[in-house]
Design a protein around this ligand. Structure first.
Ligand code: F6P
Length: 331
């Protein structure tokens, strides 16, 4: 018999794996993702493609769907009574729960629409979220600076041929598929396990000349295949949406990398710690994989600012450990 998301969450509450508020919060993310999904799937028919004419705090041009998805997310969560505040890729500062709503015990950070460059070409995009316990007192940007290892839940929704919601509250990773006819998310996979070794990697190769020595050497060794020092042939994939790359790694293994590069040497990497690297690292570790900055475990990074960036290497454990060794030996 198929298990719906509400049934699954109720079961988890009854088993005391999560409390009621966390169940409500995950359920509200599922609900709002259906609204985003509706906009995404209608695209030009809903008039939502193209640029919004604004920039976000990182100086990136916002797409209409980025802005819209952010509003859908905020309004889908603020009334739940489960959150004390929210922070988003698309908002300069955090948003404490407005006074007219009950303040809850959680903080949620999110990237409402990851992989924006894929929006207008009808390629995979997604929503990423990370949930932690809220500290006492007034909610400010500093309240969110909690290391990823303290996340109580994290996940993503992927809008692609199928709409998939994948999450973990620390008891393994589960995946639900949206039945577009009934509007139900149905449990379609659990017990994700990422194989420790792999023959597939993902990195934006066009940046190779900008990488630091350890990453350049590692990727050259991957490319050398059977005749090189790693002794096997590797396949490469690049979807340009982290949600889709992580989804692939969870489903069939591999390593995904977005390293530092010297196009913007002052930036530690491209991906954001709080709403990209941390939630994805949480899922990957829950599935038996590893996630590192090349130097330390991503979940151990102590955040210094809300929109902080980090280098990311995640996926198959042996391969992530290998790239960490390259950093130790060649830095
Ligand atoms: O958030 C940034 C993002 O869109 C990720 O989802 C994706 O992995 C990456 O950027 C793609 O970057 P690039 O356009 O440099 O390949």
């Amino acid at each position: 018999m198929s298990i719906t998301l509400p049934q699954y969450l109720l079961n988890a509450v009854q088993k005391q794996e999560i409390d009621n508020d966390l169940a409500v919060l995950i359920s509200s993310v599922a609900q709002l993702s259906k609204v985003i999904n509706d906009k995404v799937t209608h695209g030009a028919l809903a008039g939502v493609l193209g640029f919004a004419g604004t920039d976000n705090v990182q100086g990136e041009h916002q797409k209409k769907l980025d802005v819209l998805s952010n509003e859908i997310f905020v309004h889908g969560v603020e009334w739940t009574g489960a959150v004390a505040g929210m922070a988003s890729e698309e908002m300069d500062d955090c948003l404490p729960t407005p006074k007219q709503f009950r303040r809850g015990e959680y903080l949620i950070t999110f990237d409402p629409l990851d992989g924006s460059s894929n929006i207008d070409i009808n390629a995979p995009i997604g929503t990423i979220f990370s949930i932690t316990k809220a500290p006492q007192g007034e909610i400010t940007n500093e309240s969110f600076l909690i290391p990823g290892k303290e996340q109580v839940a994290a996940g993503y929704v992927m809008y692609s041929p199928q709409t998939i919601m994948t999450f973990s509250f620390g008891k393994g990773v589960v995946m639900f598929t949206l039945n577009m006819n009934t509007g139900d998310y149905i449990l379609t996979k659990e017990n994700f396990t990422i194989a420790p070794s792999t023959e597939e990697f993902a990195i934006n190769m066009s940046n190779m000349r900008h990488w630091a020595k350890p990453v350049k050497q590692y990727v050259l060794d991957l490319l050398a295949g059977k005749d090189g020092p790693l002794g096997k042939n590797y396949n490469m994939r690049w979807v340009a949406a982290m949600v889709a790359e992580v989804h692939r790694v969870l489903c069939r293994g591999g390593i995904f990398m977005y390293p530092w590069d010297n196009r913007k040497p002052e930036q530690p990497g491209k991906l954001r710690l709080m709403y990209e690297a941390n939630p994805m690292a949480f899922l990957i570790e829950q599935a038996g994989g590893a996630a590192s900055t090349g130097k330390i475990r991503i979940l151990d990074v102590v955040p210094e600012k809300l929109h902080q960036r980090v280098p990311v290497f995640l996926g198959a454990k042996e391969e992530v450990e290998r790239v960490v060794r390259y950093h130790q030996e060649l830095s």
